[in-house]
Design a protein around this ligand. Structure first.
Ligand SMILES: [Zn+2]
Length: 297
């Protein structure tokens, strides 16, 4: 889980570089977090029978003011309304968190009776409180209800959430890496510019599903270029199947890949380990009619 913390931190440490001229960047960032969490929620739901270990997913998107660099916090608070405690910034539509009645702006007080003060006691770095809460939410057993205590407009409220089974994979936005996507075997990181350039969720979903497929296939370092290319082909096919089973349009998703091919700064697909874009698109198209859900390779 350590890697996840690093990614989580890097997300915010470099967020200033993202759009320093645009004061609304914290709001844009939160929207992208909700968007990517929603896509990841659907992809892992579609793939859940083929992944282990399993984890609980509630569809809750949290944010915490202290996860941002100190010099940005006043702006972030002004633009997003984040206060001092970790807050709900959104829920995935149709998720357990959504149907529980939780709303954006609800400030977390306790998870199953465990208070923020108790969470803080175990943290070396108090700024990681948001991450600790996320871990605690994921650790709640799937299929069993837990209570989330919040305040809404200073009024204490309690909600019951029953998380569903899911794959233990996080989807994170990464800054400053160009138009890129990658996985460390636990997390899927999608470059902020991928999200910027994609014209639909289907396109982001296909990129994210490719990385999720690497995790499900247990891909690690390949021994040679041939191995690496096979790995990429398998990730393309399984990723395409996952995206389709999650309800995303493969055709629209592929448009991103073909546009990608025409841009100059595509380190990701120019990588010699990835087969040429045209052969990838051909293989994806050839597989489009043969999808069974849940997806298998
Ligand atoms: Zn790949």
């Amino acid at each position: 889980m350590r890697k996840r913390l690093v990614l989580f931190l890097m997300l915010f440490v470099s967020s200033r570089a993202y759009a320093a001229t645009d004061e609304q960047w914290p709001a844009a960032l939160q929207n992208q977090m909700i968007r990517l969490t929603t896509i990841g929620y659907h992809l892992t739901d579609a793939a859940k029978t083929s992944c282990a270990p399993q984890e609980a997913a509630s569809g809750l998107v949290l944010d915490y003011i202290n996860a941002y660099p100190e010099e940005d916090r006043a702006l972030v608070a002004r633009v997003t309304g984040l206060r001092s405690d970790p807050q709900v910034i959104g829920t995935v539509p149709g998720s357990p968190a959504d149907s529980s009645g939780l709303k954006a702006g609800d400030a977390i007080v306790a998870i199953n009776g465990r208070t923020l003060a108790q969470f803080r006691e175990n943290l070396k770095d108090p700024d990681l409180l948001g991450d600790a809460l996320e871990q605690a939410l994921l650790a709640e057993p799937a299929g069993q209800p837990f209570t989330l205590s919040v305040t809404r407009n200073d009024r204490p409220l309690r909600f019951e959430i029953t998380p569903r089974h899911s794959c233990a994979v996080r989807f994170l936005i990464k800054f400053g890496e160009g138009e890129n996507a990658f996985t460390d075997g636990v997390n899927v990181a999608i470059g902020a510019s991928v999200i910027d350039h994609a014209t639909s969720d289907d396109q982001i979903a296909l990129v994210a599903a490719h990385e999720l497929a690497h995790i499900l296939n247990h891909d690690r370092k390949a021994t040679g270029l041939g191995d690496r290319r096979n790995m990429e082909r398998r990730a393309d096919i399984l990723g395409g199947r996952i995206a389709r089973c999650a309800g995303y349009s493969l055709e629209d998703g592929m448009e991103y890949l073909s546009n990608f091919n025409h841009r100059d700064w595509l380190r990701f697909f120019r990588d010699p380990s990835h087969p040429s874009t045209s052969s990838r698109l051909k293989a994806l198209k050839a597989d489009a009619g043969s999808v069974e859900c849940p997806p298998r390779l």
